[in-house]
Ligand binder design. Structure first.
Ligand code: NAD
Ligand code: GDD
Length: 340
């Protein structure tokens, strides 16, 4: 169990999940949060002056050793990643994130924090198990025999195994949640890295504000996913970190929806109906993906439960605030919140 004074390293703190995790620990009264990201601090989605904020490129071995000094727990959320539009077009960039986790593991092996968490992904699951919209929810063992998402998913699967072997060979206590598509406020919603929930909110808001009542949807809209709200992601990550579960564990919602249903929900929130145009040559990824939560329930007695309607309402409102009439233009980069 982490104490309020134990030093916690959050790698990728300038990003969506990392920023929320820093906020979460600070709000609980933790006094020694080291927040690290490659982006300049004014580009972090959330930045808190109470934290020890450092701008470092964690693909560099020396930087990993420097930020690891005196650390008790490590949350590695740093990766060069995004939604389907990004990972399908940047396979090398995604795979090069292997340097971040590898160098952080080496530094942890030598500096001996109590715990090390690597943020894996549902993209590790074998393609052949995800070919239908009414997909059978993925159990942890469905990652093997392996045929992960090309590029990004293979890096995640390899890094999972690195964690396992650093535990077996060096006694480092590693924890590995497999996040299924996470969404919420203070995340990426434009620029090319955004995932479906934020992208659809942005497109609906653009249609509402511009009066051009149509929307472009990638694929035929019948592909399925489950989406986990950020609060469930934070709670589950903490629980996995504090647990004695050493194997990779699904951390995702099991509320399966089509992308068309996702659009329905956002339209309802916006109070608008849009003409749908389907871009069938856009990147779509697997046909169906859902999280089987039997094991997390069995081992932790808990699973994500926040409904998609509830989470999207909050996400939509936040994106609207970034894009709405009070902001001058639509289509620029937003989302930076520097807390005072
Ligand atoms: P994000 O892109 O918002 O945050 C990642 C952060 O890592 C960014 O701020 C980025 O600048 C930083 N980073 C990238 N390269 C770096 C480097 N060389 N040195 C230091 N920092 C670097 O992504 P996120 O949604 O917050 O995801 C966090 C983690 O969870 C990632 O590992 C991601 O692969 C994983 N994950 C996320 C989701 C999701 O739906 N959000 C799903 C599965 C897995
Ligand atoms: N991004 C995006 N933007 N996706 C859209 C859009 C759009 O405007 N319209 C429809 N989609 C469809 C995509 O084509 C895909 O079929 C589905 O919505 C989900 O897309 P994403 O949210 O971008 O990604 P994903 O669910 O396939 O994979 C994501 O989740 C993994 C974990 O479950 C990615 O973010 C991975 O990086 C992540 O690890």
């Amino acid at each position: 169990m982490t104490t309020k004074t134990q030093a916690i390293l959050i790698a990728g703190a300038g990003g969506f999940i990392g920023g929320h995790l820093v906020k979460h620990f600070l709000s609980e009264g933790h006094s020694a949060i080291r927040a690290v990201d490659i982006k300049p601090i004014d580009e972090w989605y959330q930045a808190f002056p109470e934290a020890d904020n450092r701008v470092r490129d964690l693909t560099e071995r020396n930087a990993c050793y420097e930020v690891m000094e005196g650390i008790g727990q490590v949350y590695n959320l740093a990766a060069d990643m995004g939604g389907m539009g990004f990972i399908e077009a940047h396979k090398c960039d995604c795979m090069l994130s292997v340097l971040i986790n590898t160098h952080l593991l080496m530094a942890a092996r030598d500096c001996r924090p109590d715990r090390f968490m690597f943020s894996s992904s549902a993209c590790v699951y074998a393609a052949e198990k995800q070919v239908s919209p009414d997909v059978t929810a993925l159990r942890e063992e469905d990652a093997y025999p392996a045929m992960a998402e090309d590029g990004y998913g293979w890096e995640k699967l390899f890094s999972e195994r690195m964690c396992r072997h650093f535990m077996e060979d060096y006694g480092l206590e590693t924890r590995v949640p497999r996040f299924h598509n996470v969404y919420g406020p203070n995340g990426t919603f434009d620029g090319g890295r955004e995932k479906a929930p934020a992208a659809i909110c942005r497109k609906v808001i653009q249609a509402k504000l511009s009066g051009k009542h149509e929307i472009e949807i990638w694929g035929d809209g019948e592909q399925t996913r489950s989406f986990m709200y950020i609060d469930d992601c934070l709670k589950g990550s903490r629980m996995i970190m504090e647990s004695d579960v050493r194997e990779p564990l699904n951390l995702g919602s099991d509320e399966l929806v089509t992308i068309n249903r996702l659009v329905d929900i956002v339209e309802d929130i916006a109070g608008i109906k849009l003409k749908r145009k389907y871009k069938t040559d856009a990147p779509t990824g697997v046909r169906g993906r859902n999280s089987d939560n039997a094991r997390i329930k069995q081992l932790l007695g808990w699973a994500p439960s926040i409904s998609l309607e509830w989470g999207l309402e909050r996400t939509y409102r936040w994106i609207y605030d970034q894009m709405g009439p009070s902001r001058s233009m639509i289509g620029q980069s937003y989302g930076i919140e520097v807390a005072q």
